[in-house]
Design a protein around this ligand. Sequence first.
Ligand SMILES: [Zn+2]
Ligand SMILES: [Zn+2]
Length: 158
Amino acid sequence: MLSKFEIDEKTGCWNWKKSVSRNGYGVAFRNGKNVGAHRLAAYTFLDLDSDPSRYVLHRCDNRLCVNPKHLFLGTQTDNMQDSINKGRNAESRKTHCPKGHPYSAENTYLLPSNQKRRRCKTCRALWDKEKAERLSRITGKRIFKRGNPLLYKSKIDL
Ligand SMILES: [Zn+2]
Ligand SMILES: [Zn+2]
């Protein structure tokens, strides 16, 4: 196993050098089957054998890393929570709106056209406020120009 990775001195990550899976994990071979290289590392260095259903998670968020010090064993829930924390899972986008407001029951409404699409009430309120302010700025300007013949005159003169 030792020849199959390269140590990154800066991060301390042991980067897998062999095959890489489509989702970016190192691929290793164990007992006649392809396994994640990080799982192989966990079999070798951590106590994964006692419970092969456990997930092997990265502290360093580097999927190629097989440094056992950067790995820890977790459940599927941990795995999802970990992904959410790292913000790369689609689920994470669903817990907060793009501006980071929580999609809580009080802060969420459904699009009338599509009951599956959730929208953030805080953002909606902000948009509405912004729109109202923009409108009043525009109309305010128009009213001001219309009410001030000098402005019209200078515009024509130019
Ligand atoms: Zn690492
Ligand atoms: Zn929002």
